[in-house]
Ligand binder design. Sequence first.
Ligand SMILES: Cc1cc2nc3c(=O)[nH]c(=O)nc-3n(C[C@H](O)[C@H](O)[C@H](O)COP(=O)(O)OP(=O)(O)OC[C@H]3O[C@@H](n4cnc5c(N)ncnc54)[C@H](O)[C@@H]3O)c2cc1C
Length: 353
Amino acid sequence: MWDAIVIGAGPAGSVTARELARNGCRVLLVDKASFPRSKVCGCCLNGAAIRTLRRLGLEEVLEDAVPLSQVTIGAKSRKASLNLPAGVAISRELLDLRLVEAAVSAGVEFRPDTTVNRDSLLLKHAPVVILASGLTGGDAVPEPTSRIGAGVLLKADAVPGFYSPGTIYMATGRSGYVGLVRVEDGRLDIAAAFDASFVKSVGGLGRAAVAILAEVGWPIPHGLADLAWKGTPALTRRSLRLAERGLFVVGDAAGYVEPFTGEGMAWAVMSAEALAPIALRAVREWDDRLIHEWEQTHAGVVGRRQRVCRIVSRVLRSPRLTSLTVRSLRLFPILSRPVVAMLNRPSPQGSSV
Ligand SMILES: Cc1cc2nc3c(=O)[nH]c(=O)nc-3n(C[C@H](O)[C@H](O)[C@H](O)COP(=O)(O)OP(=O)(O)OC[C@H]3O[C@@H](n4cnc5c(N)ncnc54)[C@H](O)[C@@H]3O)c2cc1C
């Protein structure tokens, strides 16, 4: 019935589905949620993500996004502000809805409110399945010490004036960090990564965020602890298999690293762009060598970037190292340049299907 079924309509799934449809495939895109839907995310797209979307002709999905010019990092009572060469903030309700709409405009059939698992009978109706179902999809195994994610959106009229649009605020603490950024409608997106034991000891995700903001001395929005926080499973995870006969795994489902550097959506769209030509060949005729090709391509597109994020997340585990880094960045902002440049570097893919 279809040439490909894509499970999950986040950035990885929608972009892959659209690319396949643009190349003449009949594609079914399914998601268990109804759209627009929110998602725990820092909502910041870096230069690499923006360039990939532009290259794919998707720049209009970023209309209304808030341009980002700075990141302010707090550790204990210290803070350092760094300039960002590129970046925008946009809510996941808006971004993901627009990406789905772009896929539908390219001919993709979209079915929201549809949960599909790997053994669903529906999958018998296509020779190729793309698993893009995020952290809970795939067979990626969480690392035992991994932090968990948490997030909430605060109404525009409740945001303290301290948090200006165009700046990402990252409060780091002993047991996690909290990122805050204003999105297109003035709301404050708050996304965090915490040690699970810390959340348990303070009595909830909201209280954990309050504790970390208090550690750096930044304003705590009224009632923050009591908002409807959403949590995620363990964040840092590695995938055992990125492909098998008739199936490819992409985006967070293919493995993820803690979100401090705000790279997840760049990995999702860059790897979706890279997967499309391989999946297209699989639709035409399956060849077992495509499994290895996807593993190699995926490593080339996101492998090095994920290694940088692993190093950053290790530094963040040590309060002394974090504080020292923030002090050094404050004195010598130039020190951040290699990491910032690396994270904003475009993907090696560089071209569409
Ligand atoms: C705290 C936190 C902060 C972050 N901050 C940033 C940031 O600032 N910048 C950035 O670039 N990245 C950030 N990320 C990472 C980013 O959110 C993800 O990397 C990105 O969303 C991955 O896209 P995806 O398409 O792979 O998965 P997702 O966006 O998670 O989409 C997966 C989709 O699959 C659907 N689904 C799941 N299971 C099924 C099923 N069985 N059947 C049908 N549908 C299913 C879900 O409903 C969902 O819509 C952050 C993540 C966290 C946790």
